[in-house]
Design a protein around this ligand. Structure first.
Ligand code: ADP
Ligand code: MG
Length: 236
């Protein structure tokens, strides 16, 4: 029995002979901010794809708020409260920032009701000053924030971010860490990230994946001083 916002139990997935995810068990509390790190090939994207139903596990379970959502279709998982910001753009280019958020607010998640106002979402993702800018005129970083806002609009219990700072400037990366921390005041946030400077700025519980398995689960300070984690990142 678990009422965690998100929980995986012994989640496993192999591709041919590659064990991409090996019995990964972890849980995320309500409004908790968690970073999942690991070198390329550690299994981070596979874990996210298993959680969001993009691929099915060989064994193990995914639960949200005590409900077993293993094997559910991606759109049903979104409705169960697991929102994901995709790496591919999902914005409407010829609509303004505000209109993009409005579309999401009135989208499939609207049935859940009682969400944040468009203005509150704009503020949360640091785009109030860009409300009337067309999406096609946004910088790369601002576009990423808009996409976070669009996921927030569907009122997720958990927001999943897959390498949210890829391609961002150092300033945008720092601001994205602040946004993630602020968003964690309204829902749980799980950020999968390769960039250590971003994880350092998040300064939150950090889960380390290595060769598909969960290697460490601790605060960032402890993780950053861990010899084995350092060796893995330096490829020694
Ligand atoms: P990360 O996101 O941490 O870089 P991935 O989850 O993308 O890691 O990959 C984990 C391992 O699984 C890698 O060895 C990768 O080559 C393999 N893998 C991932 N997806 C597939 C797939 N669709 N087919 C075959 N192998 C895959
Ligand atoms: Mg990846």
């Amino acid at each position: 029995m678990s009422d965690a916002a998100l929980e995986t139990r012994n989640l496993a997935k192999s591709f041919g002979g590659v064990r991409a995810t090996r019995d990964v068990s972890f849980s995320v509390g309500a409004k908790e901010l968690v970073a999942i790190i690991g070198p390329n090939g550690a299994g981070k994207s596979t874990l996210l794809n298993l959680i969001t139903g993009v691929i099915q596990p060989d064994s193990g379970q995914v639960l949200t708020a005590g409900k077993d959502i293993t094997g559910w279709k991606p759109h049903h998982i979104v409705r169960a409260g697991i929102g994901r910001k995709f790496q591919v753009p999902s914005t409407f280019e010829d609509l303004s920032v505000r209109e993009n958020i409005e579309v999401s607010v009135n989208g499939p998640g609207a049935a859940r009701g009682g969400g944040m106002s468009v203005d509150t979402i704009l503020e949360r993702v640091s785009l109030t000053a860009k409300a009337d800018t067309l999406a096609c005129n946004l910088s790369h970083g601002h576009r990423q924030w808009l996409e976070i806002g669009m996921v927030l609009a569907i009122r997720p219990r958990v927001l999943l971010l897959d390498e949210p700072t890829a391609g961002m400037t150092p300033e945008e990366t720092a601001r994205t860490a602040e946004i993630a921390r602020e968003v964690a005041q309204v829902c749980s946030v799980v950020a999968i990230e390769h960039d250590m400077s971003f994880v350092r700025a998040l300064d939150c519980r950090t889960v380390v994946l290595h060769q598909g398995a969960l290697l460490r689960d601790s605060d960032f300070q402890t993780i950053s001083e861990d010899e084995e984690v350092r060796d893995i990142y330096l490829g020694r």
